[in-house]
Design a protein around this ligand. Structure first.
Ligand code: CP
Length: 317
């Protein structure tokens, strides 16, 4: 992986702002190596022996947290788990002091999830240890986008270049939408975002070249991949739609609504899903769905990211 000028790429993965397509391909190539490791009878290598990875989560998570912890252990790293709940945050300890406390306990990498946009950048400015953004507010969730690209490419055995991704739903509040739009564009895909006008980003905030379309049938025309997003009511400060049922009536992704998409269209969802709202449950469980494969891909992708940041480029685990 080459280091972009002046960036902290080797030490941090905060977003894709300073990444080149070659940087991303290097991580995805290492992901393939890690996937082979996970097919062995003993799914463990010594690559990160002696390193300690801390998951620093100020927001709830199932997939991201568990897969990062498993990814670290699968490479023989030690893992420290910090959750806001049950910690000294309730006594007033700041994020900065919490980072300093973990650093004093000999942490080598911080995996940070926080409700505030920019929190992982702040952590990276306070420590010279590796920092990975595991989701900061509505801003970025880069490892989710990496696993989404890897899952799609594996399912069709082809790169995303020239393919059309349509992201449907609450784009305004979605870090998954922003990171996927940035990454698929970086790799040469077409990206369209779609949803009610009240759930579209109001002041730009999307990478150059992303199409905004509020009519679902137009957006889905010719789509190779469709990603449904959850309505993130925890980030909404006022009502953005009449009701989940009213939203579903117009924007729920169903098999029938995919009629204008490519015959081999794939359906993605980052999870957690609200079945019957943004996605039809039968579609989520059907042959076009990559939802389970996305979760599984989180493991080799996060193994690859930890490896690149802690050990360096390449990957011969
Ligand atoms: N997709 C995702 O970030 O899921 P979790 O919130 O469960 O980590």
């Amino acid at each position: 992986m080459s280091e972009p000028q002046g960036s902290k790429l080797i030490r941090t993965l905060l977003d894709f702002d300073r990444f080149t397509a070659d940087d991303v391909r290097a991580i995805l190539n290492t992901t393939d190596v890690m996937a082979q490791v996970l097919e062995r009878p003993v799914k463990k290598v010594p690559a990160l022996q002696g390193f300690t990875v801390a998951t620093l989560f100020y927001e709830d998570s199932t997939r991201t947290r568990l897969s990062f912890e498993r990814a670290a252990r699968a490479q023989s790293a030690d893992v420290m788990t910090f959750s806001k709940g049950g910690s000294s945050v309730s006594k007033g300890e700041s994020l900065r002091d919490t980072v300093a406390t973990l650093e004093a306990l000999a942490v080598d990498a911080f995996v940070v999830r926080h409700p505030s946009a920019g929190a992982a950048h702040q952590v990276a400015s306070w420590t010279d240890k590796a920092v990975i953004n595991a989701g900061d507010g509505r801003r970025a969730h880069p490892t989710q986008a990496l696993l989404d690209v890897a899952t799609y490419e594996r399912s069709v055995d082809a790169p995303v270049e020239g393919r059309k991704l349509v992201i449907v739903g609450d784009v305004a509040h979605s870090r998954v939408a922003r990171s996927n739009a940035a990454l698929w564009r970086l790799l040469g895909a077409d990206v369209t975002v779609c949803g009610p006008p009240t759930l579209m980003p109001q002041h730009g905030g999307l990478p150059e070249g992303v199409t905004v379309e509020t009519r679902l049938d137009r957006a889905l025309d010719g789509a190779h991949a469709v990603m449904a997003l959850r309505l993130q009511q925890e980030r909404m400060h006022e009502a953005r739609f009449a009701s989940p049922a009213a939203y579903a009536e117009q924007y729920q992704i169903t098999e029938a609504r995919l009629a204008g998409a490519q015959d081999d269209v794939k359906v993605l969802h980052p999870g957690p899903m609200n079945r019957g709202v943004e996605i039809d449950g039968r579609l989520a469980d059907g042959p076009q769905s990559l939802v389970t494969q996305q979760v599984a891909m989180g493991l080799p992708v996060r193994m690859a990211v930890l490896y690149h940041l802690l050990v360096g480029k390449g990957g011969s685990a």
